[in-house]
Design a protein around this ligand. Structure first.
Ligand SMILES: Nc1ncnc2c1ncn2[C@@H]1O[C@H](COP(=O)(O)OP(=O)(O)O)[C@@H](O)[C@H]1O
Ligand SMILES: [Mg+2]
Length: 227
């Protein structure tokens, strides 16, 4: 529920879905159907007015993301769940490379190793070398998006949340992004991906959740309907 100028807006209601380990689901639905809101609830950027979001950490037990304390949320954001927003939230005057390496060093990775891994990712994402030390606030939309993706995937999260990750990318870079996410998935990462792009959806997701009908459909079903 969002409050806008004193008015309550019901952004999302009656959602029930399950994400398995190592599974990738696509989230589809028309603009305004609540896709980003759902993803932000999972990351706890938004706090739902009711309901539960159960996360099962590696070391057993169950955490309700809706009611967990801030400390627990910060810990799982640092270690387990990463989020790649549609828009990069740039911190001024932090170079691109540092935005990404910090995600590794925060997890205890050696600084030199973090830099070399980040450089490898930037190369795969076709980000020109001149930009590596520059500030992302001046980057183009597609360049910012690549920084955003790199920072979300570099530390190999258990759950990756990506909101339209390939929207403003050229076909070759789009393929790189898809491949990099698939590599994570092969190592056990679960993925939630919002996309309007059938190509990305088809390559990346095992199942597709449709916001309109509130249920899962197969990729074949989506393909049939898009023709
Ligand atoms: N922070 C917010 N404040 C007020 N309304 C919001 C906020 N975030 C989302 N909404 C509203 O909630 C609804 C769902 O938005 P959103 O989740 O962004 O949809 P989608 O990602 O499917 O396009 C929309 O009506 C949107 O305007
Ligand atoms: Mg959205």
């Amino acid at each position: 529920m969002h409050i806008l100028k004193g008015k309550q807006i019901e952004a999302l209601k009656g959602i029930n879905l399950h994400l398995n380990m190592g599974e990738a689901i696509g989230l589809m639905g028309k603009s305004g159907s609540g896709k980003s809101t759902l993803m932000k609830c999972i990351y706890r950027t938004y706090l739902p007015t009711s309901g539960h979001i159960y996360y099962y950490p590696d070391n057993n037990g169950r955490l309700d993301i809706v009611s967990a304390d801030e400390h627990a949320i910060l810990k799982i954001r640092r270690e387990d769940i990463t989020y790649c927003s549609q828009f990069l939230q740039v911190i001024p005057r932090i170079p691109a490379i540092e935005v990404v390496t910090s995600k590794l060093t925060a997890k205890g990775e050696d600084a030199d190793k973090a830099v070399s891994l980040t450089q490898e990712y930037f190369k795969r994402l076709n980000l020109v070398e001149e930009l590596w030390d520059a500030y992302p606030s001046t980057f183009s939309g597609g360049e910012q998006q690549r920084i955003n993706i790199a920072q979300a995937i570099i530390a190999r999260p258990r759950i990756l949340l990506v909101d339209e990750p390939t929207a403003s990318l050229d076909p070759a870079t789009k393929d790189s992004v898809i491949d990099m996410i698939l590599e994570l998935k092969a190592k056990g990462t679960s993925v939630v991906c919002i996309t309007h792009d059938f190509y990305t959806l088809n390559k990346l997701s095992d199942r597709v959740f449709r916001m309109e009908s509130r249920d899962f459909v197969s990729k074949d079903q989506i393909k049939l309907e898009s023709h």
